[in-house]
Write a protein that binds this ligand. Structure first.
Ligand code: ATP
Length: 211
């Protein structure tokens, strides 16, 4: 699996968030997209996952020598992000059943394993609306990590997690991120220190020199 960006830029109204991004993301590698608040990390991730188009340039997805159209890339990726909602009126089991209507479970993982991973064996019928913000975040992460997709995208993965939750996230990375194309948007080292590539948004903010 690979994602190639050619001269990608994005602006909102007159403001360029980034421009001239030329970058290749490939399977088995992990990438940290880094930058301060408001620098454009989530915007770039949304372009990479096909939910937002670039203002300039081209994004190409390739899987085993075939090109995947942008509108079909969601089938090949899992995303956990603060702006991705869980369905509050569902119970935990309903949410898991719903999610896995669209994605396959990782081989060797069952829905019961996900409940166990969340340490919620005693309350599978608990409604999501009664989950704490940290539990909701753990649920989003568990669903993303345990879906069988070649691409894993994580935007601010430890938001709302306490120290134990951060350790739990790091354990998920060790167990389930190997061999995938993993992309993490972050400005906290503990979220991305396992990544072997770093993309700094600031490098793509420089304006062309005008005479
Ligand atoms: N739909 C939109 N319309 C106008 N401006 C937008 C839109 N989406 C994002 N922006 C602006 O683009 C810039 C980059 O936002 P983005 O959310 O990508 O940053 P970020 O690096 O992910 O920030 P944070 O670390 O705070 O999550 C911000 O100035 C934001 O206000």
């Amino acid at each position: 699996m690979s994602i190639s960006l050619e001269n990608v830029g994005r602006r909102f109204n007159r403001d360029w968030i980034f421009r001239n991004v030329n970058y290749n993301f490939t399977s088995g590698e992990s990438y940290a997209i880094l930058g301060s608040n408001g620098s454009g990390k989530s915007t770039l991730l949304q372009i990479l996952n096909g939910s937002l188009g670039p203002s300039t340039g081209k994004v190409t997805y390739q899987l085993n020598d075939s090109v995947i159209p942008t509108e079909a890339i969601y089938e090949h990726l899992s995303l956990a992000a603060p702006y991705l909602e869980v369905i509050e009126d569902f119970s935990l089991t309903e949410m898991i059943d719903f999610h896995f209507q669209f994605k396959s479970l990782l081989p060797g993982i069952s829905k019961a394993d996900i409940i166990a991973l969340l340490n919620l064996n005693t309350s599978p019928g608990k409604l999501i609306k009664y989950f704490s913000s940290g539990m909701k975040q753990r649920l989003k992460l568990a669903l993303a990590f345990c879906s069988e997709t070649p691409i894993l995208m994580l935007d601010e993965p430890t938001s709302n997690l306490d120290t134990q939750g951060i350790d739990w996230y790091r354990d998920l990375v060790q167990r389930f991120a190997v061999d995938r194309l993993t992309i993490v948007c972050s400005n906290q080292l503990h979220e991305y220190d396992f990544c072997n590539h770093q993309l700094h948004i600031a490098d793509y903010k420089k304006q062309p020199v005008t005479p």
